[in-house]
Every structure is written in structure tokens, then in C-alpha cells.
Design a protein around this ligand. Structure first.
Ligand SMILES: Cc1ncc(COP(=O)(O)O)c(C=O)c1O
Length: 334
């Protein structure tokens, strides 16, 4: 599929929709490949992010909280001694350029991946982080909302979320997602949409790729970071919007599975899932078994914010401007 988009110099050129930023240049997606000897493929030593760009109410496209995602990406990378080679601003600029080059105008998902590649000369084979080269790829594809706004059914997984002394749970490490994949697989095999994982203490940690909130007596309750969860950016967005727009506070306290079953409402937050009501947990309805009023109000607020409909949160949106309108391009990346 091709379309005409502006190049960095302002001229128009045919654009290939499937492109990736790979090893420092923009290449057709099918050329963004790695050899079977890639260390990250063998040992799970990669880190990634999931970022959304939303079509805006005024017609443009904007990346939602891209800088926050890239700051987390860089923290994750540091954990695995991966030198990404770009800072958060440069990563954001490369992302905007990728979106321009693929001609993205509708809701798009961006997937940055930094990983351990190959042994440097003199490094013996083996599981290790030092003496191994690093690499960066970013790809993007069209993706609208995929969760059911009428609510999803979740299981409590028999798989536990690893504790922070076992895996760096605050980093989005590729290898750690084996745990999430097993939990989703088990839930789907039993007919559920997703899984909530408990931590090693038997308290709620998070869902497979999202954070968990309960509504209890008119307040939000979500597990604290000590519950071994990933500190979600959508979690922060939900807490902020609930306080600012709905005058609803959040308690960061441990939740047991019975707390979830007795909650008035339960919802999940994540870049991919956005804000999604949970209407059933392990075969029991949550509240009335339909999306609750607070969840619904928060979903409405969230969707206005990500579409640029609410001016108060424009600072969370990084517009992807047409090439001619940009002040300057980042050296070496365009
Ligand atoms: C394990 C896990 N928890 C929570 C989240 C939610 O994080 P965010 O809201 O930053 O997307 C994600 C998604 O990135 C995730 O993979």
C-alpha cells in the first residue's frame, strides 16, 4: 500500500506504509530482521514499550504521553545495560518521523524495542549483559480500540506475578512476558478475556498488560508499587483525571481477590486496553455486572483527553506535524 506524504524537505514522495526504524534508519518492515543468534531472542534480554498515537478532534495525529513512555523505556534499558543511543526527546522525534513516513493519520500503535544483539569480540558465549552489543527498532501499525467498552470477563490466574527480587518488575523486559503470556493463555482457554495475576503474597498485582482499579465507597483503590506491578502511565492518567475532573481520590492500598469480588466497580488501565470495565471476575459479576458510573465517566474523560478534546491536558499530546510545519529535524535520524 502506498500513499503520498511530505518528506522532511517538504516535497511529496511515495510512502511505503510498512516501515520500521531499525539500526538507525528507516527501512521497509520486512527488512527489519534479526539473526537467530540474537542474544535477546535466546535469553529474553530486550525491553519494549507500547505507545498510542490518536487521531485528533482537529484532524491531526498526536502521540499520547510519548515522553513518559520513553523515559520508562530508558529506565528499563538501563536495567538491562542496554545503551539505546538516543534520549527521550530524540526517540520521540524518531517516532514522529516514522509516523509521518508511514503516512499514519488514524489511531496507531507504536512499538519501540531495545535489545541485546551480539557478542562483542572477546566475549565468550553465555547468558550475560556486558560484552554484548545493543540495538533499537521501532515499528508502528494501525490499531483502534480493541477492548469491549461494555466490559470484559477476567479470571484470577493460577500464575503469580514474579516479585521484584525475581525479575525487575518495574521494567518492561521482554523475557518477563512469558509469565503474562501463560496467564492470558490459561484465562482464554477457560473462556475469559484476560487474567488478573496475584503477587507472591497473594495480593492483586495487575492484569496481563494493564493495571487494576476497584471502586470502593466512591473512591478508587489500586495496588501500590510494592505489589510488584508495572507502574502504568494509563494508571497515572486515570488517577489524575479522577482527581481533577471527577473529584474522586485514589487509595494506593493492597487489594485481595475478595476485595475485587466485593468492589462496586472494577476496571483495567493500559495503553493497549485504555480504560476497560471488568464486569465479571472468575464467574462472578462485579457489582451489577455492567460498567459502573465511575468507570464510565472516567472512560469518557480519557477518550476526550487522548483526542485533544480537553485543552487542559494538551501537554500530554505530542502532535505529529506535517514535515513542512516542523521547526527542525533531529540530526542523523531522518
Ligand atoms: C504488565 C503490564 N502492566 C501494566 C501495563 C500498563 O502500563 P501502561 O498504562 O503504561 O501502558 C502494561 C502495559 O504496558 C503491562 O505490560
Amino acid at each position: 500500500m502506498t500513499s503520498a506524504v511530505a518528506t522532511p524537505t517538504g516535497a511529496t514522495a511515495p510512502a511505503v506504509a510498512a516501515l520500521a526504524y531499525h539500526d538507525g534508519e528507516f527501512v521497509p518492515l520486512e527488512q527489519a530482521r534479526v539473526p537467530v543468534t540474537t542474544q535477546a531472542l535466546q535469553y529474553g534480554t530486550g525491553v519494549f514499550e507500547g505507545i498510542r498515537a490518536y487521531a485528533q478532534a482537529d484532524g491531526g495525529l498526536a502521540v499520547f504521553r510519548g515522553r513518559d513512555h520513553y523515559l520508562r523505556f530508558l529506565r528499563s534499558a538501563r536495567t538491562l545495560r542496554i545503551d539505546v543511543g538516543l534520549d527521550a526527546e530524540q526517540l520521540s522525534e524518531v517516532t514522529a518521523e516514522l509516523l509521518r513516513r508511514i503516512g499514519a493519520s488514524e489511531d496507531t500503535y507504536v512499538r519501540p524495542l531495545a535489545y541485546k544483539r551480539s557478542l562483542l569480540p572477546g566475549t565468550p558465549p553465555g547468558v550475560q549483559l556486558q560484552g554484548v552489543s545493543d540495538a533499537l527498532s521501532i515499528n508502528a501499525f494501525r490499531m483502534g480500540s480493541y477492548t469491549d467498552r461494555a466490559g470484559i470477563r477476567v479470571a484470577i490466574s493460577s500464575w503469580r506475578r514474579p516479585e521484584s527480587g525475581v525479575l525487575p518488575v518495574r521494567a518492561k523486559v521482554t523475557g518477563g512476558y512469558v509469565n503474562n503470556a501463560l496467564a492470558v493463555d490459561e484465562a482464554r482457554a477457560a473462556g475469559y478475556d484476560d487474567a488478573i495475576l496475584l503477587n507472591s503474597r497473594g495480593q492483586v498485582a495487575e492484569a496481563s498488560t494493564s493495571n487494576v482499579f476497584a471502586v470502593v465507597r466512591g473512591r478508587l483503590v489500586t495496588p501500590p508499587l510494592s505489589a510488584d506491578l508495572l507502574e502504568g502511565i494509563t494508571r497515572d492518567t486515570a488517577v489524575t483525571l479522577a482527581a481533577d475532573l471527577l473529584d474522586v481520590g485514589t487509595d494506593f492500598t493492597d487489594l485481595g481477590r475478595d476485595d475485587l469480588c466485593n468492589a462496586d466497580e472494577v476496571f483495567l488501565t493500559g495503553t493497549g486496553a485504555e480504560i476497560v470495565p471488568v464486569t465479571e471476575i472468575g464467574g462472578r459479576p462485579v457489582g451489577e455486572g455492567t460498567p459502573g458510573p465511575l468507570t464510565t465517566a472516567l472512560m469518557t474523560a480519557y477518550h476526550k483527553v487522548v483526542r485533544g478534546d480537553d485543552q487542559r491536558y494538551r501537554h500530554w499530546l505530542q502532535p505529529v506535524r506535517p514535515a513542512a510545519a516542523r521547526p527542525s529535524a533531529t540530526g542523523g535520524t531522518t
